[in-house]
Design a protein around this ligand. Sequence first.
Ligand code: HEC
Length: 241
Amino acid sequence: MRKQIIQVAMVSAVIFLLSSCGFDPKKPGRVYMPDMTYSNALETYSPSDIPNEDGYMVSTRKPVKGTIPRGWIPADERIRTNESFLASYMAKNYYIHDAAYWDEEYAKAASTIKDPLEYTDENKAAGKKLYSIHCINCHGAAGNGQGNLVVLEDGSDGPYTAVPPDYKKRLPEIKDGNIFYSVSYGKGMMGGYGYSLSVTERWQIIHYIKSIAGIEGDDNGTGAKAADTKADAAKDAKKGA
Ligand code: HEC
């Protein structure tokens, strides 16, 4: 009797499993929970009947202007309540194809974006490390624009055709906000690093490149001598943001 029950159970299980098979390989068989198989929500980058801001028929929408990604506002009250420090947290991951807009924003950044990071040996050392990973191949160890993508070891031209400026010449001409802007969004032939480096990491690199250009300190006047920028840096690093 027990054997029979097991046999019946096995046959029923096989029939049950086979009932979900279909003949058309492109279609799923019987769907147990259609809501889970056919999502009502739009998939990322899927076509959409409603055009987005640029007129493209895709589901993806841009963040509302001035949006700050969650978790990007530093805990420090002095940064949180200071518009020009906050601007450096907003300048991230927002791109539109309009050169005039970027020129204008670049010019504005001189006064709207301030360096929220304290000048410390640790920040500079962290910047040096990041510089040697992300920037040195074009800008060179000395920051003179002679990296090994620009000039080969034997002195001949490298594969990269644009020549980065010498930091000693260029950095004194522009403000911290402009430097931050260029590092975040790119400039000319240089790509932006807003996607791969956190706000803190970008400022750390800026501290370092200013030091190799012989400039000490920020151009905020007062500077944000924030006690917990270190904690923010650690948080940023942990998120890999
Ligand atoms: C692929 C080569 C390349 C890499 C990598 C690169 N840069 Fe550049 N960088 C350039 C070029 C070329 C320019 C000149 C752009 C222009 O003015 O048209 C430039 C310009 C700059 C400027 C001057 C911007 C201004 O507003 O005038 C800064 C600052 C700078 N780079 C920082 C960095 C930092 C920091 C990194 C690493 C995170 C980096 N660059 C990585 C090629 C590069």
